[in-house]
Ligand binder design. Structure first.
Ligand SMILES: [Zn+2]
Length: 410
């Protein structure tokens, strides 16, 4: 079996009990019994691949493959082991399994790099059990505040009751200068690579994101007795606004995306004209300036529609995440490794968040996206072709090789 096929098969193996806490599907919450079982399986595979295995204070599992130069900073390769409820088998684990396969290939050929390689399986990226996302990569990157640990799951079980020591937790942080780079392979979770007929792509960074909460107020009224010209219908106004948002995003033929994902009409009765509508707006782009220009155009359009329809409105910015660019020099290495392997170079932005965006606070980061069928993710239908995983593995090995060649211990 090829390394890529084995990586995919291992993700499949972890997709069922005892590695899932859900009947007939995959749910693996951080620190759940399924999580511990998956760590145990992974630890065995890491040891087989020639790694020394340990668990850090944030309950991340790490396999270490030593380098030739003592004290050299480590290349970290990883992704997350946790999974959303009824999720797919590859979102997260595939990046870990491919890191593992990269080391297995080096080990088998007796090759060591000047620097150590550590394959890290992050415990929480998805907020799979506790109301906090990327808890464990934030612990490793050293960006986690102690207050962030004061959380409990839906059953009221605190983080410490779930089996980690809160006083030790932040010691999972890696010191500055200890980490050479962070490499994460991940399924694209979108349709771009598939549309272009490509197995892999170099990620340029994680998109900048803005989120707004809009409240539109008109006048509630009787659906039977209020004549059309006199209405101040908040739903009809919101509908026009939502179409305007879509039109603005579509007109920008770049990586810009805008979404109204939640809408609520009040009072919400079939025989009442809605007096109030609330909806969310999510705007993302790899470039902050582009995102902000679109946001401005959207806010202008909403103001003009509200004015025209005599509606009152309030729009609150609830979320502003800056872009997290990947390291330009590492992107070049990834492109070169892709070309070496005989595949076309494609760069694309990640619209979704990943551990890499957190790790960027600690060290330069690189990400490789892998095609997934129809772009489907967070869904049991998530699918990756083992041949694509093999391409990713080949590119990752080329990347590691080139990183070794450029490594300057001074
Ligand atoms: Zn993921």
């Amino acid at each position: 079996m090829s390394g890529g096929a084995r990586a995919v098969a291992r993700c499949d193996a972890l997709g069922v009990a005892p590695y899932s806490d859900m009947e007939g599907g995959l749910y693996r919450g951080y620190l759940n019994p399924s999580y511990t079982a998956a760590q145990d399986a992974l630890a065995g595979w890491m040891a087989q691949a020639g790694m020394a295995v340990y668990r850090d204070a944030a309950a991340n599992l790490i396999g270490r493959y030593d380098g030739t130069q003592p004290g050299a900073p480590a290349l970290l390769i990883g992704s997350h082991l946790d999974s959303v409820r009824d999720g797919g088998r590859y979102d997260g684990p595939l990046g870990i399994m491919l890191g593992l396969e990269a080391v297995a290939a080096l080990h088998q050929s007796g090759k060591r790099l000047p620097f150590p390689i550590e394959v890290i399986a992050f415990g929480d990226e998805e907020g799979s059990r506790f109301p906090a996302a990327m808890l464990t990569s934030r612990a490793v990157a050293g960006t986690l505040a102690p207050e962030a640990l004061d959380i409990a799951d839906a059953d009221g079980v605190s983080l410490s009751q779930a089996g980690v020591s809160l006083s030790d937790y932040l010691s999972a942080a890696r010191g500055p200068g200890t980490t050479l780079a962070y490499l994460e392979a991940h399924i694209e979770q979108g349709p771009v690579l598939e549309a272009d007929g490509l197995a892999v792509g170099t990620v340029t960074g994680i998109a900048a994101q803005l989120r707004y909460q809009a409240v539109i107020k008109g006048m509630a009224g009787h659906a039977g007795t209020s004549s059309m010209p006199l209405r101040r219908d908040a739903v009809a106004g919101a509908a026009e606004m939502i179409l305007a948002i879509e039109k603005i995003a579509r007109a920008d033929a770049s990586d810009l995306v805008a979404t109204v994902g939640r809408i609520e009409a009040l009072p919400g009765a079939p025989n009442v004209i809605a007096g109030e509508v609330r909806f969310t707006i999510d705007i993302r782009s790899g470039e902050e300036a582009r995102r902000d220009r679109a946001a401005e155009a959207i806010l202008d359009a909403l103001a003009s529609i509200a004015n025209h329809r005599d509606l009152n409105y309030a729009i609150q910015r609830v979320h502003d995440l800056p872009a997290s660019p990947c390291d330009p020099a590492l992107m070049d290495l990834m492109d070169a490794a892709t070309a070496d392997a005989g595949y076309p170079i494609r760069r694309l932005v990640s619209g979704a968040g990943h551990d890499a965006m957190v790790m960027a606070a600690l060290c330069p980061t690189a990400m490789l996206f892998i095609r997934c069928k129809h772009g489907i993710s967070h869904n049991p239908a998530e699918h990756v072709d083992p041949a694509d995983a093999d391409v990713a593995l080949q590119v990752m090995l080329g990347f590691i090789d080139r990183l070794g060649a450029t490594f300057d211990p001074a």
